[in-house]
Design a protein around this ligand. Structure first.
Ligand code: CMC
Length: 433
């Protein structure tokens, strides 16, 4: 097979290298086209069919509904692994052995102290502040409290890079729990014996422990949160991950790059969809539960309403994560004895949409955000915290992608554009200068 692609433009013929992914997909490399062709660029709005990098972290086949982290299937990881194991796998490339996992956990616990002054920042936020805005600001504020981590030459020192990574893995859960506790009017405190708790247990304890009461772990909640975090842990070059990589490509430090990723995740077309989904279910419930009415609204091109939690840029098949979350939502509600009408609305919407020509023709299926809010709600987490929980899960993925980008010494991200503005024109002054 030829290892090049030939592009014919305006009588010119250009040979472009043809690359192959480890799963056999072909990829035309166009980075030298402009120089070769004296100015031809390519455009792909929204990067619908353009790879921004090479990566060894996550494999996704949207047509077949396949998702793998470092070669391991999402189904296997979600049913058998711990979130911390998966985090290690994503970041460092291989599953940890017992000692490596223990060291990783201990290093994270060691670094989970957050400066007390951060509490003053939290206190200064208005009560109605959205938790995603708070989390993004606090993550950015970490740079001020950890100045040594800003401009290290990480590519040269893997040890320094490791230290920065465990700091972030330790501190973000504290920031998230404080954001949640502030909303609930609880004092901002750490859990008591973090070293004895697993990463997920510790997060739950930090969030839910009430003053002067012991926190008793509920294994159902620990298991389901562990699963949700694994399912959210990475998803190759999505909007927030691409943001983290492009911000980091300017050699911006890890904390600031992740803060940018959190902001990107917030949008309702991305991670913010989980909040929007639950609000949509509630609106349908309050409106009498007529799911067909909302299916019709979603199909109506004059109506800006979209069926939130449905559709995906790359999945043209059932999102494998949604399949697992749907089953988990059922199990959790059943085990906890919760009869939530919202689940019935979700199922009715899904059933109708999957039979409807509009959704079938466009290959629109439930995505990761469709059922996750049902679980968070059962856990007692308010809807404006759902995307924060997504961010917690995505953290190791962002870190892994940032680390990979820095270790591969990738060039600064700097797209071209197709300029469609004015050509040169004369300036006519209206001022006296
Ligand atoms: N409801 C109604 N119509 C939809 C929906 C939806 N949820 N999603 C896509 N469509 C239609 C869209 O109107 C378009 O129709 P047409 O071809 O007639 O113009 C067609 O399907 C293709 O959609 P698109 O907007 O061009 O596709 P995209 O790849 O640019 O957008 C998406 C992907 C996820 C932004 C979009 O499906 C959407 O807005 N979904 C709802 C928001 C949501 O659930 N987001 C979470 C995504 S999963 C979590 C994550 O990884 O971020």
């Amino acid at each position: 097979m030829s290892e090049k692609a030939t592009l014919n433009v305006n009588g010119g013929s250009y040979d472009l290298p043809l690359l192959k992914s480890s799963e056999g997909e072909l990829c035309i490399e166009i980075s030298k086209l402009r120089g070769q062709s004296n100015g031809i660029t390519t455009i792909d709005r929204g990067f619908k069919n353009t790879a921004s990098c090479e990566s060894k972290i996550t494999y996704l086949d949207g047509e077949k509904g396949i998702l793998r982290y470092r070669g391991y299937s999402i189904e296997e990881l979600a049913s058998k692994a711990s979130f911390l194991e998966v985090s290690y796998l994503l970041i460092f490339g291989e599953l940890p052995d017992k000692d490596e996992l223990e060291k990783f956990h201990n290093d994270i616990v060691e670094q989970s102290i957050v400066a007390d002054d951060i509490k003053k920042i939290i206190d200064a936020f208005p009560g109605a502040a959205h938790p995603m805005g708070v989390l993004s600001s606090l993550t950015s504020a970490l740079t001020a409290f950890n100045p040594d981590d800003i401009s290290l030459d990480y590519a040269r020192s893997k040890e320094e890079m490791y230290n920065t990574i465990v700091k972030l893995m330790g501190k973000i859960p504290v920031l998230i729990s404080w954001t949640f506790r502030k909303k609930n009017g609880f004092p901002l405190e750490y859990s008591s014996k973090t070293r004895n708790l697993d990463y997920v247990e510790n997060i739950l304890q930090m969030m839910f422990k009430r003053p002067n009461e012991d926190y008793v772990q509920n294994t159902v909640l620990v298991d389901v949160l562990n699963k949700l975090l694994i399912l959210h842990a990475d998803h190759e070059q999505n909007c927030s991950t691409s943001t983290v990589r492009i911000v980091g490509s300017a050699q911006t430090g890890l904390f600031a790059s992740i803060s940018a990723g959190i902001s990107a995740l917030w949008g309702p077309l991305h991670g913010g969809a989980n909040q929007a989904v639950l609000e949509m279910f509630n609106a349908i419930k309050e409106d009498g539960g007529d799911t067909q009415k909302y299916i019709n609204k979603a199909k109506d091109k004059e109506d800006p309403f979209r069926l939130m939690g449905f559709g995906h840029r790359v999945y043209k098949n059932y999102d494998p994560r949604a399949k697992i979350i749907k089953e988990a939502a059922h199990n959790v509600l059943e085990t906890l004895g919760i009869d939530d009408p919202v689940l019935e609305i979700a199922k009715a919407l899904e059933e109708k949409a999957l039979k409807d020509k509009y959704f079938v023709d466009r290959k629109l299926y439930p995505n990761v955000d469709f059922y996750s809010g049902v679980i968070y709600r059962a856990m007692g987490i308010p809807s404006d915290m759902y995307t924060v929980m997504f961010a917690l899960g995505r953290l190791p993925g962002w870190i892994a992608q940032w680390r990979e980008m820095r270790l591969m010494n990738e060039p600064i991200g700097r797209p071209r554009q197709l300029y469609t503005g004015s050509t040169l024109r004369k300036f006519k002054s209206i001022s006296k200068r």
